[in-house]
Design a protein around this ligand. Structure first.
Ligand SMILES: NC(=O)c1ccc[n+]([C@@H]2O[C@H](COP(=O)([O-])OP(=O)(O)OC[C@H]3O[C@@H](n4cnc5c(N)ncnc54)[C@H](O)[C@@H]3O)[C@@H](O)[C@H]2O)c1
Length: 320
């Protein structure tokens, strides 16, 4: 016969009721624990899936308290982007602000566009200042830097982006066309770098990012002046990078391939020519301004401290 413990014989009815009650309690407790674990998992998946959107919502509402929590890499930094009212420059200004930076928007035409960019940046909870300065004019550049120091007392990031395009053969090139191209790209980069370095050398820190072009390395048909200017920017970048890295300043360049901005049509590139051009780009499309901006943002962070005098070329495979 099966052994039955004494207490079960004597209190069998009471005991079985108690055991049932205990079993019910354990099952209930474990289901609550299971429910809690499942809920946490659901919250976690939701958080990961909507991280980007949540971040934007929170940044707009509470810029200061949540910046550190979400680990924005450029919070507290001050950036100057030249030619920031349009195309790649505008995308860079917005991207740097998204990463936490206050931004100075340099422009030479279209103040309305520049103020719109500034408003978008302020809506993210950052500071923004739109300043009119022709980068090829040393005096205007100087006065822009005076305004930056008056407003922010420092400059951490300088992006030399301002530029123009102009398709013309060398034999037809006027002195005026040549000089204008060299003045805006090469003198412009030099003027801003010189003023930027005066501040950064005192700080013993800074990031300078020059926007060159694949034309500066491969040469582009119908753009000898543009190619010469961009090639010059690459040489300039490498030389200055050697000069100032010991003082904690990184100088690098980005040499994009063709990017979808107003510059292509203002340079005189027709839709027909663009179709032909796309055949030379393995990815089969133009670059997007944000695809250049994200690289600038990376070079502006401490993650890129080991990058010195480099020329990075996002170009859809056109030049490998
Ligand atoms: N779009 C491309 O395919 C491409 C490719 C490689 C490199 N880039 C370079 O990217 C940079 C940005 O060009 P984008 O394509 O965005 O063109 P864009 O025309 O949209 O922007 C150029 C900006 O520079 C400004 N600018 C022109 N002259 C200036 C001056 N003297 N002072 C201050 N600002 C001035 C313009 O007003 C404009 O805001 C340029 O240096 C260009 O050479 C462009």
């Amino acid at each position: 016969m099966e052994y039955i413990p004494h207490f079960l014989k004597t209190h069998s009815k009471k005991k079985s009721a108690y055991l049932r009650f205990l079993r019910y309690k354990i099952a209930n407790a474990s289901s609550i624990i299971l429910l809690k674990t499942e809920l946490i998992m659901v919250y976690l998946i939701f958080f990961i899936a909507f991280y980007g959107k949540l971040r934007k919502v929170f940044i707009v509402n509470e810029p200061l308290s949540l910046v550190g929590f979400f680990g924005l890499k450029l919070s507290g930094k001050v950036a100057l982007v030249t030619g920031a009212n349009s195309g790649i420059g505008k995308a860079i200004a917005l991207y740097l602000a998204e990463e936490g930076a206050d931004v100075v928007i340099d422009y030479v035409v279209n103040p309305g566009e520049a103020n719109e960019v500034a408003d978008q940046i302020r809506a993210m909870g950052r500071k923004a200042l739109a300043v009119k300065a022709d980068v090829s004019n040393a005096a205007e550049v100087k006065s822009m830097f005076t305004k930056i120091i008056a407003e922010f007392s420092k400059l951490d990031i300088l992006v030399n982006n301002a530029g123009i395009g102009n398709l013309i053969t060398t034999v037809d090139m006027s002195d005026e066309a040549w000089n204008k191209m060299i003045a805006i790209h090469l003198y412009g980069t030099m003027n801003c770098t010189r003023e930027g370095l005066k501040i950064m050398l005192k700080q013993k820190s800074g990031k300078i990012i020059n926007i060159a072009s694949i034309c500066g390395t491969t040469g582009c048909l119908g753009a000898a002046h543009y190619s010469a200017a961009k090639g010059g920017i690459i040489g300039f970048t490498r030389a200055v990078a050697r000069e100032v890295i010991q003082q904690g300043i990184n100088v690098n360049a980005i040499a994009p391939g063709y990017v979808d901005t107003p510059l292509l049509s203002s340079a005189g590139l027709t839709q027909e020519a663009l179709k032909e051009l796309l055949k030379e780009i393995p990815i089969g499309r133009l670059g997007k301004p944000r695809e250049i901006a994200s690289l600038v943002a990376y070079l502006a962070t401490d993650d890129a401290n080991f990058m010195v005098g480099q020329v990075i070329s996002p170009n859809g495979g056109q030049v490998i």
